[in-house]
Ligand binder design. Sequence first.
Ligand code: AMP
Length: 649
Amino acid sequence: MDRYSEIYRHSVDEPESFWRAEAAAIDWQAPFTRVLDDDAAPLSRWFVGGTTNLCHNAVDRHLATRSSQVALIYVSTETGIERTYTYRDLFDEVNRVAAMLVAEGVGRGDRVLLYLPMVPEALFAMLACTRIGAIHSVVFGGFASSSLATRIDDARPTVILSADAGSRAGRVVPYKPLLDAALELAGHRPSRVVLLDRGLASMTRVDGRDVDWATLRDEHFDARVPCVWLESSEPSYILYTSGTTGIPKGVQRDTGGHAVALVASMRYIFDPAAFDGTVDPVSGRRTFFAASDIGWVVGHCYIVYAPLLCGMASLMYEGLPIRGMDGEADPGIWWSLVARHRVNAMFTAPTAIRVLKKQDPSHLTRHDLSSLDALFLAGEPLDEPTARWIAEGIGKPILDNYWQTETGWPMLSTQRGIDPSMEPRFGSPGKPVVGFRLKLLDEASNAEVGANRKGVLVIEAPLPPGCMSTVWGDDRRFVETYWSLLADRSVYSTFDWGIRDDDGYWFILGRTDDVINVAGHRLGTREIEESISGHAAIAETAVVGVADALKGQVPIAFAIVRDPVSIATPADRLRLEGEVMATVDRSLGALARPARVHFVPTLPKTRSGKMLRRALQAVCEGRDPGDLATIEDPTALEHVRIALGPPFP
Ligand code: AMP
């Protein structure tokens, strides 16, 4: 048996012995009494009885050996700001935020909602929450008021932390009006809103509710707040993600399992060198650059927790991949940061690489990339031409890895920390990651399929440490959503199709449900449909994800109007299309805006009334819609073809 197979088998055949050893990588205040408690399966708990603290492990425990080592490098090409913080600085800043939260009455188990742009304060605040045992819930800064309101009502935060504005491509995006509108819509009222003033947009403050971040920071400048030791399975955070229903799910992560899994992911996948004492010869440390946003799971795990848990420096970046510090176009900005800060491993989404691919390729070779070991890509399918282009362009291993917000770390990956000779294969995210008992089940019979046969990708219970513990406040929804494929609830469904080749490489073939992936961001088509239906002129709508060369997929909407007179002329259609897009912008944010809204007289449905989304999607992509035996009105797809117009030559 090769080394990978040996270690993988040990991890899934004897999970308790495997994870007991991994757990030694973090500090425990009190040791755990059981590695795994599966009594209430599929709800499982890891490292039961052990007490620990994420912030202690990410910050305090490094002070003895790394207090003057850089912990955070912050670069914003939006504001032209660059700052570095040592572990000592980080400790001071986190304590200030922790003290201000405690002073506002936040305690163990209370929620703190962060609606913040990519600023260092966001990272300090996340760590401050975990320091005091509060549960953070970061909402992506680009989300519109009603999405934010839904999350406020579900998480019921004691305090909300926000800012005057974000910035995108040099354009200021005011956050405060969005937050105020969300608080108008929400039923829940936080006791306090703390506002960071970046000097980007003016803010009106609500007396008695809104307070200034900088003032509180000054008040608590010299504060020291002890870590609150949590039982391993107490929640560290909630992160909302889209599913097939319009109601987002709060993915709940534990504390101990999360820390242990992230360290294991660095050791086996992202930066094995950091574990044999290797440091960069120039910087004297290891530096990790995850070009993502703290509003997404990659940001939580690989901008904030994993690099800091491992004593590395994390590079946090606000801005586009193609714009420099002076605001001028610079497709080499990321590579210049890799060179200047001696980045050892980098992580982003394939969409970012497809954006770079449109630029003059000379930017790939202009900077010294000698520090970089590998570039990791995840979040959406990595197409082979993009993978080859970037592999050849920077001359580094390109390591695709597959996971979900729910799993919290990769399920499929090349694991060089287990076997340095493990080679990636184009088109495949790799092999099952240690701890994940992955299987492919036949759609009809639910029996396990062999090599080269497509199946639904599932994880056999128990989920390894670091995966979601439940849906926030709704264990039943967790079980019913993810564990319904088999009657005995023994497998977790990823809702992805997969296939495995004869050599044990796995491939992801797309979603089994109505979730689409736009530029690495997950959107539920049902959510977009609900938003469009909110426009008074629309009677019915169907949204599908259609292949797009840049973003992977884009949402395309088909809609039936209540009154055909409203789209009598081409100008009317254009106006209504714009209005529908604006409706989606307002309720879900620009990310979910359909690329086109086509008006049709009927929509393709089965006789039982189920929307034939796969057929609709196939027609949009110029593919054969397949078996249409169940379609109620065969002319519906003809109308779709007419609406789409002639294919481009
Ligand atoms: P999210 O939770 O938003 O990160 O979305 C997770 C979904 O993105 C997965 O269920 C997959 O459909 C898709 N996905 C993530 N990583 C990959 C990958 N490396 N290759 C293909 N699809 C991926």
